[in-house]
Design a protein around this ligand. Sequence first.
Ligand SMILES: Cc1cc2nc3c(=O)[nH]c(=O)nc-3n(C[C@H](O)[C@H](O)[C@H](O)COP(=O)(O)O)c2cc1C
Length: 404
Amino acid sequence: MSTTRRALLGALTALPAIYSRGWADDATSPAQVFRKEADPITAADQVLNVMEFERLARKALPPAHFGYIATGADDDLTVARNHDAFSHYEIRVRRFNDVSQLDTTTTVFGAKWSSPLYLSAVSSQRAFHTDGEIGSARAAKSRSLQMMLSTGTSASLEEVRDARGGPIWQQLYPTNDWKVATAVVRRAENAGCPAIALTVDLPGARNNETLTRALRVDNRPCTGCHIDNSHDMWRRGPMFKGLDVSKVDTLAPAGITPKYLDQLRAIVKGRLIIKGVMEGADAALAVEHGADAVVISNHGGRNEETLRATVDCLPDVVAAVRGRVPVFIDGGIRRGTDIFKALALGATGVGIGRPQVWGLAAFGQSGVEAVIDILNRELTMIMRQAGTPTIASITSAQVLRSGA
Ligand SMILES: Cc1cc2nc3c(=O)[nH]c(=O)nc-3n(C[C@H](O)[C@H](O)[C@H](O)COP(=O)(O)O)c2cc1C
């Protein structure tokens, strides 16, 4: 028998063994089998896609801290919807365009971005890795990405700005005390932040059941890190250091009305971004009351249950804004194709929340860099495939709602 035939027969007889170890046994797909076999991952550059970082973050973190990242509201349906909804859009590709040179740069508020991707505000990042916000800022610097810093940052704004080595956007939880809101805005502007992003999607308490369950299984004493066992950002957060927070009892007031927007507009010298709109009518109101941009966001599904997916809000919001200001979006972005679809539906930029801190939790700065690299690589691939060599060439012609 020839060597080739013997090798072939050997391979064939080995097949049932493969089946009994994997696919046939537990009815998992080939992709799942190979995912198991690829373990363990020891460096960020071995990670194949953004979702794999979630698993690594879960392994790396104590339950309460992972629960804080993962949680949605009630049964986490908005979290799932945000991502699932992207699969309802189909990409339309054109074949006869020259895609030998790809350009992912775009211009926002006069600044050149390397890609439409930005890091959205995520609080308390030291709970995920000792690098904390400094790690994310360094990753944003090395990849020339815009970063939005949470009011609940665990590193000081000035340290983060220095680590980013460029202007960062400051997200604003104004609290119920206007004096505190004004002081935070001043501090951000003095630190060179060209934009303040007011979050408007948290007017009261939220029901984070996944977090509550995670806290129940995490029996470590919290007092090691949380002063007086406090989770209140205004009592422990560096953003509020030196401020009189005695009148503060909530991060966001329940009365963010158009009048409130006017009041804020009057004190913000730079750009004012309104984060958390889900309806065209609200986006139009925000623009009429001085917003320089809106972010379609449901806070990654953390605040309300069974909301529409953010991507499904894009057409309505883009139509209402009528090109007057940029429209950003976050929520459920996990693939380069998600970014592509959001751009095709009219978004100017696309933010990530959880993926950023999954990467951070798993590998610190290099994990965040890997998340950015994966998303940008995937974006580049679909741009080439779709025949769209530049961001400007990605238009509504490239996307179709399934069944439309
Ligand atoms: C752990 C965590 C903390 C967050 N903290 C803030 C915050 O302080 N301020 C804010 O405006 N949004 C915050 N967000 C929401 C994100 O900015 C963003 O809107 C959301 O995560 C996007 O959805 P994604 O996680 O599916 O990417 C947080 C999200 C997570 C997961």
